[in-house]
Design a protein around this ligand. Structure first.
Ligand code: ADP
Ligand code: MG
Length: 692
């Protein structure tokens, strides 16, 4: 067989064929080059594996052992639990997989498994593996009975149905030398040297057949760099093209309204706010259209920054629109703006779906005539009948809750208006640079002083009564409390406390307090109504599922109790916690766990920095990825890991920009290999790098 080319389909490689090629395609492996880049997501050797005898409750471990017994156990509630006992040289460990009865067909006595997860206590030590891989199966392969022999570093590959990790490992082993022969390093030598990277062929050999885990990591870094570079080349090119097309209006800083606001603000802007405002002003006064994302935790003061931007449009005889995802949020914004604008001659008006036909008609007339300059609304702004006299700035709050279509519908109501998107979900810069590659980014990290702190505590079983009593005390003292649960009804998960039951229990326990309940199965109008009652203080306690993550601002609420916090992602917990600490007084967030506090929750309790939590959350989700549950909709990175590879990302981005500055289409012969590879990896590159 002739040597494979990078674009040779894998089905033509020996030992693969149609069926396995289909399975490979599910892993994103279609060509010979893809196979070479299907790199292990972890390695095991003696140093990364815990001896079973040493696995202690609370530890995060990875163990390797043989299955000596297995069993499928029914539970009272009809949930079936699969358990297996594994043995290694040091001892035994029980593993349990609740609700995964199907594993009874996959896992057989005699197999060698890798299992990873946290050890918990359940009639003794027990592991609920978050990861499980069949390393060896004596029934089917006699060649490799003990993959952990002789101190080898064993690569572990992402697998899929019909294509086990073992098969992938042996296919790669078989083809590695032939495939490496086709590798041409697209990076110029001086770049490789300057970045301190390994040559490509060497790196690929190191990740698939490492002599040590250090060698594997050195190889991985090189591949990660290349992956990030290809992506950044695409994004940088897309930014250049987008900027060229974004002709817009150059506003002038007239310092009429903006100065009046600056002079009447009761407090100075934070340094972050000032910087964001400078960035926005630079965009709005430039002839291109602004296309900027302002990202900052709840309470970091995005609204006032957006207000300055809107006033800049207004003092240029243009109109500004602020769109929010719910009526409640729109009302809150309108109230905030009205207050901040009291000393000025400017009044915002609301345009909401629930207004009467006459009211809506009046607003539409005012917008069309230009009499109304500043409008705050919901999706109602998108209706076809809404037209502006001269829309100069569009601000979209909680931008991720609108589709691209909806955002462009509003933008289309102006003649190339500037666009400012707001997001209260901090994400690490590294991720933002890949996810929002075509947006400019401003961040608010520090919170304005003078607002109440939120203290977070993790409490376990024996302290739950005290925690609830504390919430009650706060409510009796005139404050309000949230109690958050992961599910609506008990029937969803027998082992979890549920919102419905909890609200009944609390109503009985606290007869002198009024307890309300909100969850995702209520009609939106009903839910909004209950939230309004809570905001108005008619309800003191609000029992809720995660529906309260967004959309409610009640400064008087000072306590949040979260049940089963281990069920939530860290970023989600942070969003929830953001509902308290909105007034001047100290607030409390109490996480009620059943067992001892896991490290991740302790780390969460120790910080209020949304960007830091976002990084921790990202780490966690990447851990989740190891078992194959990838986030949909994100740029897929197979080798690079963010935020760990943040520095590599920075260098790749800088290199991409330098390269494109000198050679915008990568048309020079020495850049052809880079261009070829970007085209292989991203079909979209065809269009972006089209010559002529
Ligand atoms: P976000 O929209 O980012 O969640 P807001 O814009 O609602 O935050 O601001 C939160 C609160 O902080 C508001 O009550 C606002 O008036 C106040 N605030 C904003 N900027 C400052 C500042 N620089 N100093 C003091 N308070 C501020
Ligand atoms: Mg806000």
């Amino acid at each position: 067989m002739p040597a494979p080319r990078p674009d040779t389909p894998v089905k033509f490689l020996k030992g693969i064929g149609e069926r396995r090629a289909e399975a490979f395609a599910r892993l994103g492996v279609v060509t010979a080059q893809d196979l070479l880049w299907h790199i292990p997501f972890r390695y095991i050797d003696a140093s990364s594996v815990t001896e079973m005898a040493r696995a202690r409750v609370g530890d995060e471990v990875a163990c390797v052992g043989k299955v000596v017994a297995k069993r499928l156990m029914p539970t009272r509630r009809g949930l079936r639990i699969f358990t297996a006992v594994l043995r290694d040289a040091s001892g035994l460990l029980e593993c349990a997989w609740p609700g995964q009865a199907f594993l009874d067909r996959t896992i057989q006595v005699g197999q060698t498994l890798l299992v990873a997860g946290t050890v918990r206590f359940y009639h003794g030590r027990q592991l609920n593996p978050s990861e499980m891989i069949v390393l060896a199966d004596p029934e089917h392969d006699s060649a490799d009975p003990d993959p952990m022999n002789a101190g080898r570093v064993l690569p572990v590959y992402r697998a899929t149905e019909g294509l086990s990790h073992k098969v992938i490992r042996s296919l790669l082993d078989q083809h590695l030398d032939g495939l490496i022969g086709m590798v041409r390093d697209p990076l110029p030598e001086e770049v490789i040297r300057a970045q301190g990277l390994s040559p490509l062929a060497e790196a690929i050999r190191a990740v698939h057949r490492p002599g040590s885990t250090l060698e594997a990591e050195t190889g991985r870094r090189r591949l990660a760099f290349d992956e990030l570079l290809d992506l950044q080349l695409m994004l940088a090119r897309a930014r250049i093209l987008a900027r060229r097309q974004r002709r817009g209006t150059a506003f002038t800083v007239r310092r009429t309204f903006t100065r009046q606001l600056a002079e009447s603000l009761p407090w100075p802007l934070t340094e972050d706010q000032k910087r964001a405002l400078q960035e926005i002003t630079a965009d709005m006064t430039a002839p291109q259209r602004m296309h900027r994302l302002l990202m900052g935790d709840v309470g970091t003061g995005k609204t006032v920054v957006a207000l300055f931007a809107m006033l800049l449009a207004l003092e240029n005889e243009a109109q500004a629109a602020l769109m929010a995802p719910t009526e409640l949020l729109a009302e809150q914004h309108a109230a905030t703006l009205t207050e901040l604008l009291t000393p000025l001659e400017v009044r915002p008006e609301l345009l909401l779906g629930r207004l009467s036909t006459t009211e809506k008609a009046a607003r539409r007339r005012q917008l069309a005539s230009g009499q109304l300059r500043l409008v705050v609304g919901t999706h109602a702004l998108l209706e076809e009948s809404v037209a502006f006299q001269r829309l100069g700035l569009v601000v979209i709050d909680e931008q991720h809750r609108f589709g691209v279509e909806q955002r462009s519908q509003l933008i289309a109501k102006g003649d190339a208006p500037d666009v400012l998107l707001l997001s209260a979900t901090p994400i690490p810069r590294s991720l933002a640079l890949t996810r929002f590659g075509d947006l400019d980014l401003s961040t608010l990290r520090i919170r304005p002083p003078g607002r109440g702190r939120v203290r977070t505590g993790v409490r376990s079983g024996s302290q739950r009564e005290a925690a609830l009593d504390f919430a009650q005390e706060q409510c009796r003292a005139g404050r309000q409390a949230y109690v958050v649960l992961p599910v609506i009804e008990e029937s969803e998960r027998a082992d979890l406390r549920a919102a419905t039951t909890m609200s009944e229990a609390l109503a009985a326990r606290w007869p002198d307090l009024s307890v309300g309940l909100v969850h995702g199965r209520l009609k939106p109008a009903e839910r909004d109504e209950r939230m309004r009652r809570f905001r108005a203080g008619e309800l003191q306690v609000l029992v809720a599922t995660t529906v309260i993550e967004v959309g409610i601002d009640v400064p008087n609420a000072t306590v949040m109790v979260i049940e089963h916090p281990e069920r939530f992602g860290l970023a989600q917990l942070h969003q929830l916690r953001g509902r308290v600490g909105r007034g001047a007084s100290e607030s409390y967030c109490i996480l009620l766990t059943d067992g001892p506090a896991p490290e991740r929750l302790k780390a969460f309790a120790a910080t209020n920095d949304g960007f830091l939590i976002a990084e921790l959350d990202l780490q966690e989700r990447k851990m989740g990825d190891l078992i194959g549950a990838r986030q949909a909709g994100e740029v897929e990175l197979r080798v690079a890991r963010l935020p760990d590879d943040q520095e590599l990302l920075g260098s790749a981005r800088a290199l991409a920009e330098t390269l494109l500055q000198r050679d915008p289409l990568l048309a020079e012969p020495r850049h052809h290999p880079l261009r070829e590879r970007a085209l292989l990896r991203y079909p979209r590159a065809m269009e972006l790098f089209r010559t002529g």
